[in-house]
Design a protein around this ligand. Structure first.
Ligand code: S5P
Length: 260
């Protein structure tokens, strides 16, 4: 049962190098918190990461919302990530034919493949999307989180689509880091990571269809391994204080889970 195995044991079972690294970072830093820095300026993102970097295992970016994106941002982001030992996930949710995805991944303003340890992708177009996001960039490992479920109300993902997504991933053991999903039954492989967004302590939804659960619910009942928190921390009066509150709450649930 993957839910009872500690992260350090699951690191040994991971076939994707990014999943291995992420399990080991979580075990070492004692945090399973992934911060979603959904901010629109370079300085606001870098300033926040300086303050909270020690408490997170990964940062999740949406670089296409940054108004003043530039190459120097990427350099500084990578430096902070190295210094605090966290990974970078660009949440691009690729969803086109393989040829287009390979250009979106490598070209344009963002050149995501050059700097993101891992990215998110939809299975909708078929596995050409995974062939485009192949697992190495200049011999450095890369990873993909496939979306098997979504947190938003009214989403069109069916149980069949979810199962087919998990089946698609089986053919790409070097590439797949895990799944973005909401339920523990989605997959079984203990070497893969369940990344679960839609977590907040204060509210249960937003005005645009997002649905929030508590740390207890997503980790103990629903099987989350890495937990994505955005506005719960980023929009708080004091993100520095809030990040510790979330980190401690999430880690407590994980330790409870693996202790049976
Ligand atoms: O199903 C999903 C998948 C993702 S990646 N639901 C989500 O909310 N997300 C992302 O997680 C979303 O794009 C956003 O960046 C983050 C949640 O942010 P929050 O502010 O609602 O915590």
């Amino acid at each position: 049962d993957r839910l009872l195995l500690p992260y350090e044991k699951r690191a040994e079972l991971a076939t994707n190098q990014i999943a291995k690294q992420l399990f080991n970072i979580m075990a070492t830093k004692k945090t399973n918190l992934c911060l979603s820095v959904d901010l629109t300026s370079v300085t606001s993102i870098l300033d926040l990461l300086e303050k909270v970097g020690e408490h997170i295992c990964m940062v999740k970016t949406h670089v296409d919302i940054i108004e003043d994106f530039n190459k120097d941002f990427v350099t500084q982001l990578k430096q902070i990530a190295d210094r605090f030992n966290f990974l970078i996930l660009e949440d691009r949710k690729y969803a086109d034919i393989g040829h287009t995805v390979s250009m979106q991944y490598m070209k344009g303003v963002y050149k995501v493949g050059e700097w993101a340890d891992c990215v998110t992708a939809h299975s909708l177009p078929g596995d050409g999307v995974l062939k485009a996001l192949n697992g190495h960039m200049n011999s450095v490992s890369r990873g993909v989180f496939l979306l098997a479920e979504m947190s938003s109300e009214g989403n069109l993902i069916s149980p069949e689509y979810k199962d087919a997504t998990v089946a698609m991933a089986v053919k790409y053991p070097d590439l797949i880091t895990g799944f973005v999903c909401q339920n523990k039954d989605t997959f079984k492989d203990p070497g893969l990571i369940q990344l679960t967004p839609g977590v907040q302590l204060e509210s249960s939804k937003d005005s645009l269809g997002q649905v929030y659960n508590t740390p207890e619910k997503v980790i103990l009942e629903n099987g989350a391994d890495v937990i994505v928190v955005g506005r719960g921390i980023v929009a708080a009066k004091s993100p520095e204080t809030q990040v510790v509150i979330y980190k401690d709450a999430l880690w407590k649930c994980y330790t409870k889970r693996v202790s049976g």
